[in-house]
Design a protein around this ligand. Sequence first.
Ligand SMILES: Cc1ncc(COP(=O)(O)O)c(C=O)c1O
Length: 379
Amino acid sequence: MIRDLTDDEARAALVCKWGEVEPDVLPAWVAEMDYAVAEPVVEALHRAVSAGMTGYPRFGPGGPLGEAYAGFAHRQLGSTVDPVKVLPTVDVTAGVRLVLDTVAPAGGLVFPVPGYSPQLAIAEITGRRRHDLVVDPDAERAELDLDRLDRLLADGARVLLLTQPHNPWGRAFTRAELEGVRDVVERHGAFVVSDEIHAPLVLDGREHVSYLDVEGTADHAVAVVAASKGFNIAGLKCAQLVTASDRLHTALAEVPMARNDSWSVLGVEASVAAYTHGDDWLAALRRRLAAQRDLLVALLAEHLPLARLRPVEATYLAWIDLRAYGHDDPAAVALERGRVRLAPGHDYQPGLGGHVRLNFATSPERLTEIVHRLATALT
Ligand SMILES: Cc1ncc(COP(=O)(O)O)c(C=O)c1O
């Protein structure tokens, strides 16, 4: 069910990931997958374009998109979502900004670091101070430091931007961990924006626990979700804000149109198809990604035995500690000497040397070549 794109197909389809590198460079950087789009999504898009569905989308919450997401959340994530409390927004980044600008309390933003690089700037853009919740690069397991979160909230930070599952940590936080977050947040009357874009990509049969499914979070949290990472449709521009309280739902649904009106009708059609008819494809994708992850672990053990990779529980993005090889910017060395483009670790944690993020959502052959090239470049 998962069809690998050929190099030519990938170059034509993924104009960012493949188009922004020289022809001899293998791209393993931005979070896009080198796989053909799921058939139900392609069919829905063909149908929509043939029918001339190129106008504005429906405005307002709920509707077919709300129903489709609620169904998906129930089947795939074990979540009970009120379809009416699903509100479209253009993409996850814009959705996070919107929540911070409109319903989250004013004040500092706590951001787990290393973190999704564009979101490092989101505190400043929304007029807040950023407080980093840093994972020690030597820690065995990447965990949210609840004591530090407690101190930051005690010192005046008001909002936590949670990424769950986490990019680039590769963690799917457990219910117990999220309950710990809730307890600290509640103690300080703080707020959580939960970026759950990677929820469909939890591997090995693990469960994704939405922060909104943790008891007692409804009044202080908004989840931002999308089919875009799970189904490789980020360019279609449709994410969703999910709430579990009437107050937050109403506040978001009533923001002026000029703040939230840019999602696309094709994004809605594709997301409805993915959420409604994509389960089998997604199951096949998760199996493929788990196999790719295992292959990566084996390749690193053989060719870069000093590399450190914590268990990847979710996403297709591996956070690799290459400090033992002595390069401050291994991604630059990999590009120059190995002709492979990885994402530099310092983009995710300013000042951190020796780390890269590697996207393994490609074919086994390409992944093998990527690691060979990386090993040749670094050693
Ligand atoms: C955690 C996280 N949030 C947001 C995004 C971006 O989402 P969007 O393109 O919908 O803004 C990404 C992209 O990879 C991501 O990893």
